[in-house]
Design a protein around this ligand. Structure first.
Ligand code: PLP
Length: 385
């Protein structure tokens, strides 16, 4: 089986891989086990359907219009992104229902947000955005004033993460009052996401944390209702806790993203029996390029996978991976692989790992015997603004 040539940044030549065996994929490369990914996709879609809750997966994870469309074909109402440029990149590839679940305050970016909203509106789509300050809201309102569009605005409250968001309770009221004064805006509800809670290891810790989140949401909703505002939606939740937000009955929309690929960090969470179980579907294919008596070296260092959540796990082999620098990984274990062997790595954190790659290589039929079926572009790679 020939090796496809020229896997440079343009991806030129990658399409020649389609139909070839997994062995033809040059290393390091980011590979999706399509069968596993589709089981994750179906598991989440079934959960949302069973619990009659809307799914708006976070596309910051895969940054790919192809995967966003696939999620929408399986019932997702649209996607979330964190950045204006992520929204632009996905919209340019036909994703028309996008929620920027983050704060945008720069006038230049707000111009882009409004232009995108106008464009999506014209195509029957919709843009939504989070706000957490009166100043940010007024900037948005001024920018959208007189434009041929309407933006759905979610007021973000800080439910424990200590990041963006107003304090829960009555502080959301003046913002919702202000939204009502602008015909080009409408109040979409509350953004209430607790990122750290996702990665608490025990089920009990996660339950306690989300019980507190839910109490804060309830308090805010009650304050808004007293002020005469109904709350059309509460949106939030990630792969670690979404069953808990669902069970609260308060949330109407789930933003989980990582469930599609399942990184090593998430696999360290104790399984909550009320959530579907997801499988690892994202791998870095690497090759052993040096073998010493004490260790082996693979050609994938932290330029091939993100290490903010720790080093990757080695798939299917009793080996420990430690960091060998930008381009190298060091393997230790009783039985070392041989020079030239393939080693599959499970990245510590899927989102920033994907952002290191231009393409995802989709494989059907497993990592050993499979065939390359699809090359998926990471459309919003490097979309940080
Ligand atoms: C606002 C927001 N919502 C949802 C998610 C999805 O979380 P996960 O990928 O862990 O499911 C994230 C991830 O960081 C996020 O920042």
């Amino acid at each position: 089986m020939g090796i496809a040539q020229n896997h440079g940044p343009s991806g030129h030549g990658l399409s020649t891989l389609i139909g070839q065996a997994v062995t033809a994929i040059d290393t390091p490369a980011l590979v999706i086990d399509l069968d596993a990914m589709e089981r994750n996709l179906a598991g989440m879609a079934a959960f949302a359907a069973q619990h009659k809750i809307t799914l708006r997966p976070h596309a910051k994870m895969h940054k790919s219009a192809t995967l966003a469309q696939m999620q929408m074909a399986h019932g997702a109402v649209g996607v979330c992104v964190q950045k204006t440029s992520e929204a632009e990149a996905l919209a340019a590839q036909g994703v028309h229902n996008i929620y920027i679940s983050n704060q945008v305050v720069s006038p230049a970016k707000l111009q882009r947000v409004v232009a995108l909203s106008v464009a999506l509106h014209a195509q029957g789509g919709q843009l939504a955005i989070a706000v957490d300050s009166m100043e940010g809201l007024q900037r948005l309102a001024e920018t959208v004033h007189g434009q041929n569009t309407q933006i759905r605005v979610l007021v973000e409250i800080d439910v424990g993460q200590g990041r963006c968001g107003l304090p829960p309770g009555a502080s959301a009221v003046p913002l919702v009052d202000e939204i009502a004064r602008h015909p080009a805006l409408h109040f979409g509800g509350l953004q209430a996401y607790h990122g750290r809670a996702q990665h608490l290891r025990s089920v009990t810790e996660r339950r306690e944390s989300i019980a507190e989140v839910v109490a804060q949401v309830q308090k805010t909703k009650a304050a808004l209702e007293v002020a005469g505002h109904s709350v059309p939606l509460v949106t939030g939740a990630g792969t670690g806790t979404f069953a808990l937000e669902t069970a609260s009955g308060l949330y109407g929309e789930l933003q989980a993203g990582s469930y599609l690929f399942m990184d090593r960090d998430y696999a360290n969470n104790a399984q909550d029996p009320t959530q579907p179980q997801f499988e690892h579907a994202l791998f870095v294919k690497s090759q052993v390029i040096s073998v010493r008596p004490s260790h082996a070296v693979v050609d994938a260092g932290h330029k091939a996978h993100a290490i903010d959540s720790g080093q990757p796990a080695v798939h299917g082999l009793a080996l420990d991976y430690s960091n060998g620098g930008d381009e190298h990984g060091i393997l230790h274990g009783e039985t070392l692989p041989a020079l030239g062997d393939t080693v599959w790595l499970i990245p510590g954190h899927c989102d920033p790992t994907v952002n290191l790659h231009n393409h995802l290589i989709g494989v059907r039929g497993g990592l050993q015997q499979g065939i390359v079926e699809q090359i998926i572009k990471v459309d919003a790679r490097g979309a940080l603004t």
